[in-house]
Design a protein around this ligand. Sequence first.
Ligand code: HEM
Length: 491
Amino acid sequence: MSFYLTLAVLAVLGYFINKYITTERQKHGLEHFPGPTLCAISHIPYSFHFLFDHPKWIEGLHKKYGPIVRIAPNELSFISPRSWRDIYGYRKDHLVFRKGQNYDAAAFTAQTRSIVNEQDPAEHAKMRKMLAPAFSDRSLRLQWPLIDETVNTLISELAKFSTDGKPANLSLYYSLATFDLSVSLALGEETHSIEAGKPHPWADFFQNGVEAMGQAVAIRRFPWLSKLVIALKPPPMGGLIKQLRKHEATCIEMVKKRQSNPSPRPDVLGLVLSANENEGNTFSTSFMAAQLSDVIIAGTETTALTLSTATHFVTHDAEILRTLREEIRGRFKSYDEISPGTVADLPYLNAVINEAMRIMAPVPWPPGRVVPMQGDNVEGYHLPEGTWVSTNPYAAARSPVNFTSPTRFRPERWLERDGTDNLDASQPFGLGPRACIGKSLGLTEVRLILAKLHFKFDVEAVDKELDWIARTKYRLLWKKPGLWVRLNERT
Ligand code: HEM
């Protein structure tokens, strides 16, 4: 009897679970899209993976389910070049897809909106216009001497390793250099972490605080949990929230300091203030600090990761290293000829950089957007209003649907006239109105550092077996492993 009773209870339970799953699957009108059942009914898988391995998880889902995957109850992930254009680009007679709630977890959101997290397209356009004068070609030219000076400091410090015959950890030195560059170019503050050979105290935030933002993104998908965490501040969240507040206070202090010492130095703050003064615009200190915090966060580890990925793959392939060296050493007769103005058109160097950003997208999270009023088409499918969508930068650029031998580092694919790769599937700087405002600056930094490095030194990897992709951990941005090299200065 008890056997039949158990069977009956299980049957009823099974019926209700099945009914629940079917109802949840159909709730958002996305039941026709493939994906794991748990993702269709719960945010748990998305949030869990957001804490640890999101890009690699999404890459795996696309391999299993195809080019469109339902990754959360109300959310689809895409990988095609067309989806980049549909979701992020400008389309005639279409509304802009605004940023989704993932961006609410950024620094300063409790006080003010900023360029990265502003969701309203009209408000964002105003902010972008306000910051644009600092990122024009003219401004970049004014910043060239500042960039050159910091890169020369980096190369001089690295030369000491060559003299001492000790290996250097380029992962570390790239982060030190891009941090010094970002702070100097944003705020005019000198942090001298290259010379110190270790991160500036403020730079701690850029690993741990950014990681905290990633945790906040994961938690915010469960509003009750989010409230609980804010109220109880359990470790490590309590410490990380404190660190976020400290970072905000540091930014505000630095902006105040710079505002009380007006100078003609062409840093972002100076350029923005003078351009907007002419227009009669004024901004609160916390508003400016939020913008500069974004500029520093957005410009530091993205650039450092690109440098590290490029260096890793170049030093693990003798043919690529030889071709790159020949191009750089063939183009320049002396070190002093290498400058921000002369490194732009080295085709093989640019191909190496494009390939590094393809194989390891520096911004690896899904840049989520929301389908606007009355729904819209993405990749030919009409999606209901409010659906969350993204093209996954990591999965798209590493998909065999878009690239032949996608896990192979092959700069030549960027130089082939009639190659078969869908190069447009790799969009490391994003597309459309929210694309990277610092693209030219970031590329100038990367080109200059790599050109000077390979002109000055023969660079040799210490760990020939290092698996860069496996050892680089996702923590909203990437946490890089050590990249140890021997540097032999050329005579
Ligand atoms: C290799 C280097 C870089 C890469 C790959 C990169 C990538 C990106 C991407 C993908 C976005 C769009 C993010 C989104 O939609 O959520 C973005 C936005 C942004 N980036 Fe970069 N970035 C780099 C360097 C820089 C630098 C050097 C700066 C400034 C100094 C910078 C400042 C910004 C800002 C302010 C935004 C927000 C733009 C907006 O929403 O209007 N980035 N970046």
